[in-house]
Design a binder for this molecule. Sequence first.
Ligand SMILES: C[S@@+](CC[C@H](N)C(=O)[O-])C[C@H]1O[C@@H](n2cnc3c(N)ncnc32)[C@H](O)[C@@H]1O
Length: 264
Amino acid sequence: MPNTDAHVLRADWLEYVRALAPASVDLLFADPPFNTGITRSSPPSGARRGRVTSYRYTDAWSDAAAYIDWLRVRLTAALPALRPAANILIHCDWRADHHVRILLDQLLGPDRFVNHIIWSYGLGGSSPRRFARKHDDILFYSRDPAACHFDPPRVPATSRRLAGRVKKATDVLDIPSLNNMARERTGYPTQKPVALLELLIAACCPPGGVVLDPCCGSGTTLVAAARLGRTALGCDLNPRAVALTRRRLERERPGRTPARPRTP
Ligand SMILES: C[S@@+](CC[C@H](N)C(=O)[O-])C[C@H]1O[C@@H](n2cnc3c(N)ncnc32)[C@H](O)[C@@H]1O
């Protein structure tokens, strides 16, 4: 049964988490801007499919140190809201993963590191100058790795011996990114697939638990949490992201048929 009892607000991550009840969150998943140095915009190709093409968010800091300071303040503010054995997943890429890992070691302790997950998404072009970059990084820490919730996800086995069966997932997740044809595409820039968030939430948040996404964008985390019966909390600075998240959650209500997102 979906849990559409989600809470989403237009707010800065910093203010939002300060207002949360202490020790109330089982999983913090954050997919913040990656410090790409540009304004992220909706793919213009979405216009051909009737999608919104005017979503934007800023993704530029003066340098890596300023970006990590921004993240440090917000992660620190979120810690009191986490339960003693809560899990933390921070989604980033090659630009900042090394800095974010050091930050998490400093804030939580290196012994709280669990996994460096590779989200291998496949889509995109190749490069004549280097190996094509085809993955994001998801850093998995736990406040208490010995007591945290972890339910190993099952994925299709690839070996001939196990053909047609499933096996426990490794730290490399092969999940395609959303192509232009994908029905779940909203037009929001850097929208992640629900399949990725469903896998992570089912693995890292106990049934009936609380998931927090303080940079929720189009609301993918909240939709996945709702489908899995978890309570979702989210915020975003961008009011149009919050409006979009609310519409996506509304469509998760029992009896509602999925529809293409409309322009706010
Ligand atoms: C990478 S996108 C999230 C995409 C999302 N996971 C999805 O699937 O749609 C990052 C989001 O962080 C938001 N953001 C940036 N600074 C923020 C802040 N200080 N507080 C809350 N949200 C912020 C942006 O508006 C943007 O929507």
